[in-house]
Design a protein around this ligand. Structure first.
Ligand code: NAD
Length: 478
């Protein structure tokens, strides 16, 4: 059984209870994790508090923190094969996806390690006889609730930013995928992160996660997950007036005009929905195509979808399995609704021969003429299912793009430069990609949502502001 990681040590859970770890490719249990509770969270928060209040972590200079983060970045790359294997098996990610996630977390630590000593306040013009300056101070202890779809990447962007700003962190990974983060925390200790800077408590959301968001020793919460739990976390944090960054779901539109470069679009649009088997908050899950090009674009996409293969993580195909049985059933439920409501499946990939029958597989599926108000056009499926629908003109495209409760990412495909900007400005979304799509984009690009996709920004330098508090100091000297 894997235990918590607190104060740079492996610590058994207070309850002694465990949660089984399933291999999504086979449906078999191969390990277990500690079922953390409020006692474990309290231990971790106290460790983080000591590290922040008494040191050594809280006393390091920004340059020293940055140097440790850069060391961890290199250490991650040294252990890339090991971390790739852990993440691939735990999450069912094809090897290439898991490897990309490992590279990304190394890059986050490189980026934020380099940024640690470049984050500073300002001096402000004020009345004669005064000097006014601002300090960017860390919150103190930050709590991080992480989902299962990209444990390493989300750790990198959330914990990486918080550490660079000087906070000590307590992380509650998702119960379905936490093995890579436990190993990463050990690597951090190996490169010299002092005890208490990074603490990991595994367990269920309603137990360990809830205890973390309630703990009076936590000064800031970064939550990445579903809108439903995001509301609960916000309500809990509001009782203590603790700031929250919320990274929630999406139903991101890919808006394609008839003049678009369709050759360039097809591989990008396919990847936008099949990456990580569609279990990506910023998956490009809606395809909006100008009516005059609709059949032509769908024909090209049908060919691409029909060629897609899903199989065990180790086979490294286009898609791996979904994370768990209930997720597979949920996606199947969406497809049954499509069938019941006469929505046509225009193309479907295949599950590879020999994929274990107990694995949680779902072939990539392309649906056409999905009504704008249908749940397939409104709700996050979190599987490799693309909902296509036509639009008539620019106004119609913007109306449909904005007609969900989400607003995380969008793309616009057209050669018309003025139209690119008109649409980019009118779409309500945290990110807009023109003639490309990044499913969250690069590490350097601020990322986050509007509406039910959340608020606050992670990634890029911008994230560092959320992980700090601005203090104004006014000095009268004349
Ligand atoms: P989830 O909300 O069920 O769980 C996310 C995390 O919250 C897990 O660690 C879980 O244990 C924890 N949790 C559950 N109940 C809790 C509670 N009461 N208090 C505190 N923590 C609790 O989401 P999920 O199904 O694991 O993840 C998928 C969702 O995450 C999707 O909606 C997806 O779009 C979203 N997501 C968003 C982003 C983003 O950056 N915007 C990135 C990845 C995933």
């Amino acid at each position: 059984m894997k235990q918590h990681f607190i104060d740079n040590r492996t610590v058994p859970g207070a309850s002694g209870e465990s949660i089984p770890v399933f291999d999504p490719s086979t449906g078999q249990v191969y390990d277990s994790i500690a079922r953390g509770n409020a006692t474990d969270i309290d231990l971790a928060v106290r460790a983080a508090r000591r590290a922040f209040d008494e040191g050594p972590w809280g006393r390091l200079t920004a340059a020293e923190r940055g140097r440790l983060m850069l060391k961890l970045s290199l250490k991650i790359l040294d252990h890339a094969d090991e971390l790739t294997e852990i993440e691939s098996r735990d999450c069912g990610k094809p090897t290439k996806q898991a490897r990309a996630d490992v590279t990304a977390v190394a890059r986050y630590f490189e980026y934020y390690g380099g940024a640690a000593d470049k984050l500073h306040g300002e001096t402000l013009p004020y009345q004669n006889g005064y000097t006014v300056l601002t300090l960017r101070e860390p919150h103190g202890v930050t709590g991080h609730v992480v989902p299962w779809n990209y444990p390493l990447q989300i750790f990198g962007r959330s914990v990486g930013g918080a550490l660079a700003a000087g906070n000590a962190c307590v992380v509650k990974p998702a119960e379905d995928a936490c093995l890579s983060l436990l190993r990463l925390a050990e690597l951090a200790a190996d490169v010299g992160f002092p005890p208490g800077a990074i603490n990991i408590v595994t367990g269920y959301g309603h137990e360990a996660g809830d205890a973390l968001t309630r703990h009076p020793g936590v000064d800031h919460i970064s939550f990445t997950g579903s809108p439903r739990i995001g509301v609960l976390v916000t309500q809990t944090a509001a009782e203590r007036h603790v700031p929250v960054t919320l990274e929630l779901g999406g139903k991101s539109p890919q808006i394609v005009f008839a003049d678009a470069d369709i050759d360039a679009l097809v591989p990008v649009a396919v990847n936008a929905i099949i990456q990580n088997a569609g279990q990506t908050c910023s998956a490009g899950s809606r395809l909006l195509v100008e009516r005059s090009a609709y059949d032509r674009v769908l024909e090209r996409l049908s060919q691409a979808f029909a060629a897609l293969r899903t199989g065990p993580a180790t086979q490294d195909l286009d898609c791996g399995p979904l994370i768990r049985k209930t997720q597979q059933e949920r996606v199947q439920g969406f497809l049954k609704d499509a069938e019941r409501d006469g929505i046509a499946t225009v193309a479907q990939g295949k599950v590879a021969d020999g994929a274990p029958a107990e694995g949680y597989y779902q072939a990539p599926t392309l649906l056409r003429d999905v009504p704008v108000n249908h749940r397939l056009a409104q709700e996050e499926v979190f599987g490799p299912v693309l909902a296509a629908m036509p639009f008539d003109d620019e106004a119609d495209a913007v109306r449909i793009a904005n007609a969900t409760e989400y607003g995380l990412a969008a793309s616009v495909w057209t050669r018309d430069g003025a139209r690119q900007l008109r649409i980019a400005r009118k779409v309500r979304s945290g990110q807009v990609f023109i003639n490309n799509y990044g499913a969250g984009g690069g590490i350097e690009l601020p990322f986050g949502g509007v509406k039910a996709s959340g608020h606050g920004r992670e990634k890029g330098f911008e994230a560092l502001y959320s992980f700090t508090v601005l203090k104004t100091i006014s000095i009268k000297h004349d």
